[in-house]
Design a protein around this ligand. Sequence first.
Ligand code: S3P
Length: 185
Amino acid sequence: MQTEQVRNIILVGFMGSGKSSVGRALSRRCGWPRVDADDMIVARAGKSIADIFRDSGEDAFRELERTVMKDICEESGRVISGGGGSFVDDENRRIMLDCGTVFYLNASPETLHRRVTGRNTNTPVRPLLAGGDPLERIQELLAQRAPAYAEAHHIIETDELSPAQVAEAILKICGPGLSGLSKNS
Ligand code: S3P
């Protein structure tokens, strides 16, 4: 069990790994505000992620993602969800590993595929999965990204877990290093 103080809880993982829903569950449990890097990118750009990719390309999106992540990482006591590619970028990964305890939410390509193609109308459009077979694209990108994701401080296998159960597993690992837990935790 980790005993040193946790500065921020940082959730990383592929699209559909549950970063947003787990982030919400964690925020409710520990009382720390949730910060979503993708939401901040959208707010700063004044357009959706799909529109940023379409109008300016992936490199411009990554540049924006780096700026936003640097700003987010100035803070403490936050539950931070990064976009699926944020932890793959070398500079971002270093910043994230330095500013908090990083949890990689792992899931099989089949689980991720099921989650990103679910019927939830709030599901954002994911430009990197557009065109071609989404399951093949997930397998390909996941294989490319695996070495970066493996650098997280902790890995949580999420295939069989609900967001609340993943949050619970994370809180257990943080243990006494996490201040501010609400009474019902
Ligand atoms: C991306 C994941 C998306 C979003 C963008 C790029 C990626 O976030 O940042 O479409 O590179 O994996 P989610 O993981 O929240 O879907």
